[in-house]
Design a protein around this ligand. Structure first.
Ligand code: URA
Length: 181
């Protein structure tokens, strides 16, 4: 199913539509080889309309540039839910389910070589991960013909700088799969 951008832009499938400023669909080229999936838009994203435009995005794209060799403009970037949860709480199960068809449409349309889930919410939604991030990060999984990998959310690495080295190592796994495919 092709992504219906007009329908997504006016989506009211869940309660987040009542409190959002904008639907944050995603940014990047449709032929991106790397798809990044975060958790949910934050305040800056809700106002600016693009994912990861705050501090965690700065860290994320610095690390991706350095370890994977891709710029933000070369990646497609989105979130498990497209609307900001109030006070940046974790999206609720029914909100994730309501938004899942949009993410599935993006995955089908983009058909990236590697999908990188950022944080446990994305790892659960995209990779079906059931364990903790410490158990699942950096391990490649089959996503159809493509590869799925999870790493820590950059906001976690801003709180705990020791995680930056772990993210770098996970991103080198991403690079290996991109180079091999
Ligand atoms: N955190 C996320 O998970 N996504 C964003 O777009 C911004 C912050």
């Amino acid at each position: 199913m092709a992504l219906d951008v007009a329908a997504l832009s006016s989506c009211t499938r869940c309660r987040l539509s009542a409190t959002r400023t904008r639907v944050v669909i995603g940014t990047g080229p449709n032929d991106a080889v790397l798809l990044l999936v975060g958790e949910a838009p934050g305040r800056q994203e809700d106002e600016g309309g693009a994912p990861f435009i705050g501090r965690s995005g700065q860290l994320l794209f610095t690390l991706i540039e350095e370890e994977v060799g891709l710029s933000r403009e070369q990646c497609y970037v989105t979130n498990t839910v497209k609307c900001r949860p109030p006070a940046n709480r974790t999206p609720a199960r029914d909100e994730l389910e309501a938004c899942r068809p949009w993410l599935e449409a993006q995955l089908a349309e983009l058909a990236p070589r590697v999908t990188l889930a950022l944080g446990l919410t994305a790892a659960r939604e995209v990779l079906g991960a059931t364990l903790s991030m410490s158990a699942v990060h950096g391990r490649a999984r089959h996503l159809g013909d493509a590869t799925g990998i999870a790493t820590y959310h950059p906001a976690a690495a801003l709180r705990d700088p020791a995680l930056v080295a772990v993210m770098r190592a996970d991103l080198r796994v991403v690079r290996t799969f991109l180079e091999a495919s």
